[in-house]
Design a protein around this ligand. Sequence first.
Ligand SMILES: [Zn+2]
Ligand SMILES: [Zn+2]
Length: 338
Amino acid sequence: MALAAPRPETWIRATPAGLYCEAGDFHIDPVRPVPRAVITHGHGDHARSGNGRVLATPETIAIMRERYGDAAGGSLQPLAYGETVTAGDVAIRLVPAGHVLGSAQIVLEYRGSRVVVSGDYKRRPDPTCAPFEPCNCDAFITEATFGLPVFRHPPDTQEIDKLLHSLALFPERCHLVGVYALGKCQRVLALLRRAGYEQPVYLHGALIKLTELYESLGICVGPVLPLAGVARDALKGRLVLAPPAATADLWSRRLPDPLVAMASGWMRVRQRAKARGVELPLVISDHADWDELTATLDEVAAEEIWVTHGREEALVHYATKKGYRARALALSGFEEDE
Ligand SMILES: [Zn+2]
Ligand SMILES: [Zn+2]
């Protein structure tokens, strides 16, 4: 008779440095430097510098190199989607998470027990990255950034149309859109092109390198120009993208009659938009909304659901009611920004 597969909590657990796979002796998205790290994607709260050995998709490694240079890790091992490596008795496979370019779910198998660590993910199509692939497992570790029923993201095409409509309505005003440098910036550009916007888009300096990296990895974002050095009047009726933190600064100084927009799932919350001085909130998120989270739980059909990274309670409650064994996983160090 075959031995029963070990229960997930006997070989993978939360530690102060992050999620730790004891059977393979490595951490996933560690928050402090460790000897061996497996990284889900390039956002700064998941991919940190200073680890010994790093395993991630080739795209995530390219992003980490761009951000951290030599500090990206002692050795960087790329693993393409679908391929398998082993660490001790644990098989590691990376599967698309649909969050940003290179983002991966980490599929771990140990003696017949399978755990999937989702990292950050979304289920909607995104022209800048491979779509999420649901993967059956015994335990599914899910994010819950937008884990409340109030979070239901509208179609991104509708939000892009709002922006284009505003540009048509106010042809003299510079439209300044706050976007995160990795993922959101390039997705907004790609969505604008799909909607037929062909004009050059001006980029704040902090967005240029990663956008060039996306281009070099085959993701087309259309004509972009650096904002630096452009005459104020030339920006009338133009689109400028900048990191959220830079929008207040640019707004007050350099741009002609700016209209401030921001692309984020948090724009669903009116007070947040108001607090940031956002006139045109665009609900464009790289995280699963409530419907995507709950649909994913049903699809992966894991007996156990571990919830992390956001509003855990509501999703734990939902999963428990549906008959899953669910609990919140205490992991620290993740930001709610996307
Ligand atoms: Zn992320
Ligand atoms: Zn995250």
